[in-house]
Design a protein. Structure first.
Length: 199
């Protein structure tokens, strides 16, 4: 904005200077107004999609309590839990018993993040409609956090694209200006310094 105002009535101002200032102002307005709007729209649509996915996951699985029979002979592993922060949480393999949604008794190897994994300990697991263990579904807060990150990323990408387009336009304008200067110099250069010498 200051560039446009500064060049408005300056006698040294060239037409290309004014055009460059207008291009910079247009890019700035896009970054301030349009990029956040695009980010918000992207975040909102991502949130809607993820919330539908969360509801579908919740509808397809059930939380139940399993009773630990013994520790699994397989070694424990590190696994990321979608409910927790990005750091990895230690997951332990245990053999447990639980009741399927249809009332039948089941037993199998499941993973748990609980610290109490001795025989008789109760751990929460998720199962599908048939009673088979499934990964824990994503919760609404985690889905919303992913949507916010998607919106911020879209806004930053739009702002970066606007700046890239501005730099490309300004570079082409400068190249055209230097080309015109070279042409004018080529037309007047051969006579430089010989005017009025009588040659």
């Amino acid at each position: 904005m200051t560039g446009v105002w500064r060049w408005r009535r300056n006698s040294l101002c060239r037409a290309t200077d004014r055009r460059e200032a207008w291009v910079a102002l247009a890019a700035l307005l896009f970054m301030v107004l349009a990029a956040p709007s695009l980010g918000w729209a992207c975040g909102a649509r991502t949130d809607d999609s993820l919330q539908k996915s969360v509801r579908a996951q919740r509808a397809g699985c059930h939380a139940t309590t399993a009773v630990v029979v013994r520790r699994s002979p397989r070694s424990p592993r590190f696994a990321s839990d979608p409910e927790t922060a990005p750091q990895h949480s230690r997951r332990t393999l245990v053999v447990a018993r639980w009741q399927a949604p249809d009332g039948t008794k089941r037993q199998g190897t499941v993973t748990t993040g609980s610290r109490r994994t001795g025989p008789g300990a109760r751990v929460e697991i998720w199962t599908d409609h048939t009673g088979r263990p499934v990964p824990r579904p994503m919760d609404e807060a985690t889905a919303r956090a992913h949507a916010v990150l998607a919106g911020i990323g879209a806004a930053l990408l739009a702002a970066g694209a606007a700046e890239g387009v501005r730099q490309l336009i300004v570079r082409r304008m400068k190249k055209a200006r230097y080309h015109r200067i070279d042409q004018e110099w080529a037309n007047t250069g051969p006579d430089w310094g010989r005017t009025g010498t009588g040659c």
